[in-house]
Design a binder for this molecule. Structure first.
Ligand SMILES: [Fe+2]
Ligand SMILES: [Fe+2]
Length: 416
């Protein structure tokens, strides 16, 4: 059994165990049947909210109306009811059909129960009781407790993902969690409003909160579908390009991967890392209009052929710039054949005049060309490619980018 797997299991069952303990020591009691009916109704709403959860387009996670509703239940009916609703009503069909590993299902129950408990304790400390709440004191207590709920939830889940994937917690925090927090915090006022609505009317009115949720789900799902189509189109375009030349098969995908790794190592933002992966995939898209005779030519180009070939970076930039998201990478495509010493093309830019993204793609592009078989030359070993990169550092390539590429070769490629 792998160490990361063992650690995750121990962590997950530790959290699940604490959750079970909290549930066992907090059994809800209903003195009058009316409250039981209300709670059951709200539990069904939580279950519907979870079933209608909207998946986030990036990373893991979903936005659902279940969380604010759970907080509403705690505020109105106390911690015991809230914890049980949080643990049980959030079970989804795939949790029950064993599609999801039992450890993960139990871990998620534990996380929600613990977070519900912490929410109730903070809310009680600030407000002093449960049931009807008065604003603004109730709102302050709600927001403080909900902030703790959200942060604790993010930390516990983030810790689980970090152990499961055997990566650092900070990278999971940056990649999967930070950008989700505003979405989660945005749901707090909805939760507070739900409490107010139930107080003024009755729980069934909460059904109306689901109408905007359904509209959001439908439009967000369309956005996600569109984003996936976008991904597939970019991948299909690069595959079509690579397919024209069997020798460069997979070239675009590898340039995309190397560029993403380089960008991450050089400290570019998550958005830029994502963008460079796409631009890396399409860096040679300008070759689409080139004849097969030129593209598949074995041996050196004539002067005219070389001039023709050089146009692909400008044509590619023109193609890219009309795309809304990728358009930001236009300059990276245009300048991916510039050289650090200013002797490249098309604009003979030098050193830092060349956009960093273009310097990264240039290095990734050249490294892949060195380490794959081409019609006119045999591939180099990684060690030989390292020497070649070092030899061209400061003339063809940015020395900083070469340094990062050497780290990737040493720590990732040579260890495979
Ligand atoms: Fe190129
Ligand atoms: Fe290329």
């Amino acid at each position: 059994m792998k160490k990361g797997f063992r650690l995750f299991n121990a962590y997950a069952w530790g959290i699940a165990g604490l959750g079970i303990f909290l549930l066992a020591t907090n059994i809800p009691r209903f003195e009058d049947g009316g409250h039981l009916a209300e709670v059951l109704f709200l539990a069904v709403l939580v279950a519907c909210g979870e079933a209608a959860a909207v998946p986030f387009p990036r990373g893991k996670g979903t936005a659902s109306m279940a969380t604010p509703l759970i907080l509403t239940v705690i505020v109105l009916y106390g911690p015991a009811v809230g914890m049980w609703v949080a643990a049980v009503a959030t079970l989804r069909k795939r949790d029950l059909s064993l599609e999801v590993p039992t450890t993960v299902v139990m871990f998620n129950r534990g996380v929600l129960t613990i977070c519900a408990y912490v929410f109730s304790q903070i809310y009680f400390m600030v407000y002093g009781g449960f049931g009807n709440i008065e604003f603004p004191k109730g709102l302050v207590a709600f927001i403080l407790a909900a902030s703790a709920f959200t942060l604790l939830n993010a930390c516990l889940i983030g810790g689980g993902i970090a152990l499961d994937m055997r990566v650092s917690f900070s990278s999971i925090w940056r990649r999967n969690i930070v950008w989700m927090l505003p979405n989660m915090f945005a749901l707090f006022p909805v939760g507070a409003l739900m409490v107010l609505v139930v107080q003024q009317t009755s729980p069934p009115v909460l059904v109306f909160f689901y109408l905007p949720l359904i509209v959001t789900k439908v439009s967000l799902q369309k956005y996600i579908d569109l984003w996936e189509t976008y991904n597939e189109m970019a991948a299909a375009l690069s595959t079509a390009l690579d397919a024209r030349d069997s020798y460069t098969h997979g070239h675009s995908v590898r340039v995309s991967e190397y560029s993403g790794k380089l960008a991450k190592l050089l400290g570019l933002s998550d958005e830029e890392v994502e963008l460079i992966k796409y631009v890396g995939l399409l860096h040679d898209v300008g070759k689409v209009g080139m004849s097969d005779s030129l593209l598949k030519k074995e041996g050196p180009f004539t002067y005219n052929e070389y001039e023709e070939m050089k146009k692909h970076s400008e044509i590619g930039a023109d193609i890219i710039k009309v795309m809304k998201f990728l358009g930001k990478g236009e300059q990276w495509v245009r300048h991916h054949h510039e050289r650090w010493d200013g002797t490249g093309f098309p604009d003979r830019l030098a050193a830092e005049e060349i956009p960093l993204g273009a310097r990264i793609i240039a290095c990734a592009d050249a490294f892949d060309a060195m380490t794959t078989d081409r019609p006119y030359k045999e591939k180099m070993s990684y060690e030989e490619a390292k020497e070649e990169l070092l030899r061209c550092s400061g003339t063809q390539f940015d020395p900083k980018v070469v340094e990062a590429m050497l780290k990737i070769i040493d720590h990732e490629l040579l260890r495979k």
